[in-house]
Design a protein around this ligand. Structure first.
Ligand code: PSU
Ligand code: MN
Length: 306
């Protein structure tokens, strides 16, 4: 796809995003829920800086998605980004929340689902995040809207698998059912976000960005409407032992149940509880993998332009 966003797209693009698209330089969409709900202050600022920096190193532009005072946006200016980092009055916006947030002229930070729904109307197709949402472990039934949007948006999503707070096996099964290709980049297992391995084998694993490109091209040639999910392990030096995370998650789940945490509050609550339980080590891992995913996404976006 070439040119600027379709005339009918309601999404506001920042001048740097517009210029990058016009010059056929890589543009990578980035979600803001990880900044406004997922990571604590001041680490969310470091995450934003490192993700934008990783894309810039490949001559590309990282574009945070959000709803800003009722305007759906791809790319934020500095003052806007500050508001999302400060988190004040910023709600979590999944796909279902987009229209109501826009209509009420409010501001919200987009999840993976919200981001996919926004970029679907633009020509930006590559998106980097930390981990996707998925099937939660315990009842009552909770499955992230991320899975539905991944099933219906032909983007390339780069992540470190799904968070270990989830039922990873059920999440991988759902991705299969929904027809979402899951491509391991230098890994043969579905990564478990904070830890490198989950014990869940992948059906396809590649070693080079060019191979991702071939898969994406074949997928698009078929007119498939699903995303291609590219997964990589968290960087070696920061990956945490699976046992440490399992233990932290088990305790976090009990705490969530005790406190009756429900709905959109579940994921942020569990992430914060894991952070406490690992003495902040999960935070270091989270920042490192966000940067690594933005870097890989920029390289994929560049390859797709060739
Ligand atoms: N991964 C993180 N931190 C986060 C999220 C994922 O490390 O904050 C967010 C993403 O925005 C993801 C969302 O789309 O959590 C999933 O939330 P839910 O389970 O409510 O759909
Ligand atoms: Mn949910």
């Amino acid at each position: 796809m070439t040119g600027t966003a379709p005339a009918e797209s309601p999404i506001r693009l920042t001048p740097d995003v517009r210029a990058a698209l016009a010059a056929r330089r890589p543009v990578v969409a980035l979600e803001t829920s990880v900044l406004a709900q997922g990571l604590p202050i001041p680490h969310n600022r470091e995450a934003a800086r490192r993700m934008l920096g990783a894309v810039a190193r490949h001559a590309g532009v990282g574009a945070f998605t959000a709803v800003v005072d009722g305007v759906p946006a791809l790319g934020l200016d500095d003052a806007e980004l500050e508001r999302f980092l400060a988190r004040d009055g910023i709600t979590k916006v999944s796909a279902r929340d987009l229209a109501p947030t826009i209509a009420a002229r409010r501001s919200g930070a987009t999840t993976v689902a919200g981001t996919l729904a926004l970029i679907a109307t633009t020509e930006v197709t590559v998106f980097a995040t930390g981990g996707i949402g998925g099937v939660h472990r315990e009842g009552p039934f909770d499955e992230s809207a991320d899975l539905f949007e991944l099933a219906t948006t032909p983007a390339v999503v780069v992540c470190a698998g799904a968070k270990s707070i989830l039922d990873l096996s059920a999440t991988v099964e759902r991705l299969e059912t929904l027809g979402v290709p899951v491509v391991g980049y230098r890994t043969r297992e579905f990564p478990a976000f904070f830890s490198a391995t989950s014990g869940l084998p992948l059906s396809v694993s590649v070693d080079a960005v060019g191979e991702v490109r071939e898969i994406v091209k074949a997928h698009r040639a078929l007119g498939r409407r699903q995303a291609v999910l590219v997964v990589q392990q968290p960087p070696d030096e920061h990956a945490l032992p699976a046992a440490l995370i399992d233990d932290a998650v088990a305790r976090a789940l009990l705490e969530a149940r005790d406190r009756g945490v429900r709905g959109p509050a579940v994921t942020p609550f569990l992430l914060a509880a894991v952070e406490r339980a690992t003495g902040g080590r999960s935070l270091t891992t989270n920042l490192a993998l966000l940067e690594a995913n933005a870097d890989l996404a920029a390289r994929i976006a560049a390859a797709l332009l060739t």
